[in-house]
Write a protein of this length. Structure first.
Length: 391
């Protein structure tokens, strides 16, 4: 452990001691519109506009709510409420938003079911360019005494939103967690498709699109309690069977709550994930030149002692930025590293937070040139932190 922390310290000194030169990263903090006490951000880009959502847990005499605001240039628009009430507020499974080509926002949030157990369901709504929200809909059809969550949203240039989520309906009857997909189109949810009938029960999913193709990454569950990363692809007509991305061989008898992340720029696709196979924590990545038809060599990108909780943003030059949490003594640092098919940059420290669950997951967005990062700082009260990174 000491060696890992020493490596992290050397990397931080190397990066932070030389900032500002040609080609070196510049990290600029951005004021957040989220109030103190907010947690678990999600961010998205549309053109040059940045969208940030967050959750405000229920305070005494008030409902929990999910809100968002948009950054135009240097000014934040007035924040709006997406959903409120009896929300399911969780460090790993949290609300998100996506924006389609014409500026329509699709957003999801989670609602506790009226059952005595931990069950909760998904709500999805759309905000049009005039600022009108649609009525919330349930992509999984109805609420059950089961988990429905860990949603990925794909905005479609044709005015549709696709959703992928973990669906626990079969677990009510002794079955397995499923990975499901549906499409919101013309104001309605379309029929659902089961993409994988046995997946890890509480790890994030992620998905991306290129033309009429889709790529979905998730943590699978196979015999012997192996929980490695798999993916499915949509070729414009049919979904593929699940394909292992990397046979790490992580055997663990419970969900590690640490899913993969994926992003693409045209056909150049990057997937990053955490594993602790053989009791060695690592953040790994693979890159594909043809939207997941083939992959290059496995890359290790952490600084020696990662916690995981990854996200990816794909840049216009074909490189990608990967964010994750790394241990630093009793804290965690939010690290970001730019990777390509050749040499990769050194990790950049964006901020510090806690190593425990309250710190949630850092999130990334990009316009193709700059990268924006958001994360939860676990000071009391908590705060949403934002930075812009330019190379």
């Amino acid at each position: 452990m000491t060696g890992r922390r020493s490596l992290l310290g050397l990397l931080m000194i190397a990066v932070l001691g030389c900032g500002g030169g040609p080609g070196e990263p510049r990290v600029r903090p951005i004021d957040s519109p989220a109030p103190r006490g907010a947690v678990f951000p999600s961010i998205a880009m549309h053109g040059e506009r940045l969208y940030l959502s967050w959750t405000e847990p229920a305070a005494e005499g008030a409902e929990a709510r999910v809100r968002f605001a948009a950054l135009d240039g240097s000014n934040w628009n007035e924040s709006e409420t997406i959903g409120s009430g009896k929300l399911f507020v969780n460090w790993a499974d949290f609300a998100s938003l996506a924006v389609d080509a014409d500026g329509t926002i699709g957003a999801h949030w989670l609602v506790r079911a009226d059952t005595p157990n931990w069950a909760y369901g998904i709500r999805f709504a759309v905000r049009d360019a005039e600022g009108r929200w649609s009525d919330p809909q349930i992509p999984h059809g109805r609420d059950r005494a089961a988990e429905h969550g860990f949603v990925s949203l794909i905005p479609d240039d044709s005015g549709r939103f696709e959703m992928i989520w973990l669906d626990g309906r079969q677990m009510e009857h002794g079955g397995e967690m499923e990975l499901r997909h549906t499409v919101w189109a013309d104001g309605m949810m379309q029929p659902q498709t089961v993409l994988d009938a046995d997946v890890c029960t509480c790890c994030q999913t992620d998905a991306t699109a290129y033309r009429d193709q889709r790529f979905v990454a998730y943590r699978d569950h196979t015999p012997g309690e192996i929980r490695d990363i798999s993916y499915v692809r949509f070729n414009g007509t049919d979904w593929s069977a699940p394909v292992p991305l990397s046979n790490d061989g992580w055997q663990i008898g419970a969900c590690p709550v640490n899913g993969p992340a994926v992003a693409t720029r045209e056909e150049t696709l990057t997937v990053a994930w955490f594993t602790q196979a053989d009791d060695e924590p690592r953040v790994l990545a693979k890159r594909s030149p043809d939207f997941g038809a083939t992959f290059g060599e496995l890359m290790r990108i952490d600084a020696g002692d990662p916690i995981g909780r990854v996200d990816v943003a794909a840049l216009a030059d074909g490189s990608a930025a990967v964010a994750w949490l790394e241990r630093a003594g009793d804290e965690a640092v939010v690290l970001l590293r730019r990777i390509g098919d050749g040499d990769s940059g050194s990790p950049i420290e964006l901020g510090r937070t806690a190593a425990h669950r309250d710190s949630g997951f850092p999130r990334l967005a990009t316009d193709g040139r700059s990268v924006w990062a958001a994360w939860t700082e676990t000071s009391r009260p908590t705060a949403i932190r934002l930075s812009r990174i330019d190379w």
